[in-house]
Design a protein around this ligand. Structure first.
Ligand SMILES: [Mg+2]
Length: 283
């Protein structure tokens, strides 16, 4: 959306924070798996040769490996596959609705930032998101291959993968925003995979966890619960993404934080629902 138009919509930021996973949560598929299947390739890994004199690559010192696709695959080849993958049903309407409700939206994903940035731009949804936390990727300036570096080295969190602890990413974001003077009424997390359990486990009783129904996160929540590792957040499983924005709208209504137009809509929705009940009672 054009920035001028966005300004005219008077979107109010920051009433709640909503974090989305990418593969199978925003995108209805796994980006890397589908790219590898389309071209019948697997990325290879290489050990980084980093010395203290390598200015500009110091940031890689803490990371052991990076991955790269062959140079036969160029930028457009990746985008051609990504553009064919649909978004999860209801995602465009959901994220726009959450933005209009005043949410701050971020992506926390084990995919890479090149894919995520492209997909959000392709579907004209970039303006809805305030940040992307993902593995770092770039097209090599000499041969055009895609080089992917881990987001971080995780040695502490046993719930997370070696290259990303989503719980730490979430807490770091909340801490950073707090230093900047921004606090949130509540936090929501939507995800499908086992790596999404950690950030959900960091949520408090006022927050919302949105595991995608039928996906591995649901089994992981049940498995951890039977071992005594219980989520404090309210768990709302979902099939279509509009169930996420509906649950948040209801929570905002309960908190009395719905934006003016939305509050009127919610009021008339409740009124028509009670009229319907009255009518059924009379029949
Ligand atoms: Mg996922």
């Amino acid at each position: 959306m054009h920035p001028k138009l966005q300004k005219e919509m008077k979107v109010e930021d920051g009433l709640f924070l909503m974090a989305f996973d990418f593969d199978h949560t925003l995108l209805d598929g796994s980006s890397d798996v589908m790219i590898q299947a389309a071209y019948d390739v697997k990325p290879s890994s290489e050990k980084l040769k980093v010395t203290s004199t390598d200015r500009g690559v110091v940031q890689f010192q803490q990371r052991k490996y990076r991955y790269h696709y062959p140079s036969t695959l160029q930028e457009g080849d990746f985008y051609a596959v990504l553009d064919r993958i649909a978004l999860v049903p209801g995602i465009p309407e959901c994220v726009v609705a959450l933005k209009h409700l005043g949410g701050e939206l971020i992506v926390i994903s084990d995919a890479n930032d090149v894919y995520i940035t492209h997909v959000l731009e392709y579907h004209a949804l970039s303006w809805c998101f305030n940040g992307i936390y993902a593995n770092f990727a770039a097209f090599h300036p000499e041969d055009g291959r895609l080089v992917i570096s881990p987001y971080m080295t995780n040695k502490l969190c046993k719930l997370s993968s070696a290259n990303m602890c989503k719980g730490k990413v979430l807490m770091d974001h909340l801490r950073k925003r707090s230093y900047e003077g921004r606090t949130f009424s509540f936090v929501g997390i939507a995800g499908d995979g086992i790596a999404d359990f950690c950030p959900m486990y960091h949520l408090g009783p006022h927050d919302l966890a949105f595991p995608r129904d039928g996906y591995s996160i649901c089994h992981k929540i049940a498995e951890h619960a039977s071992a005594g590792l219980l989520l404090q957040a309210r768990v709302v499983s979902w099939k279509g993404a509009l169930e996420i924005s509906d649950a948040i709208r209801r929570k905002m209504a309960r908190l009395g934080r719905l934006p003016k137009g939305e509050a009127e809509d919610e009021g008339s929705r409740e009124e028509s629902a009670s009229k319907k009940v009255e009518l059924i009672d009379r029949l």
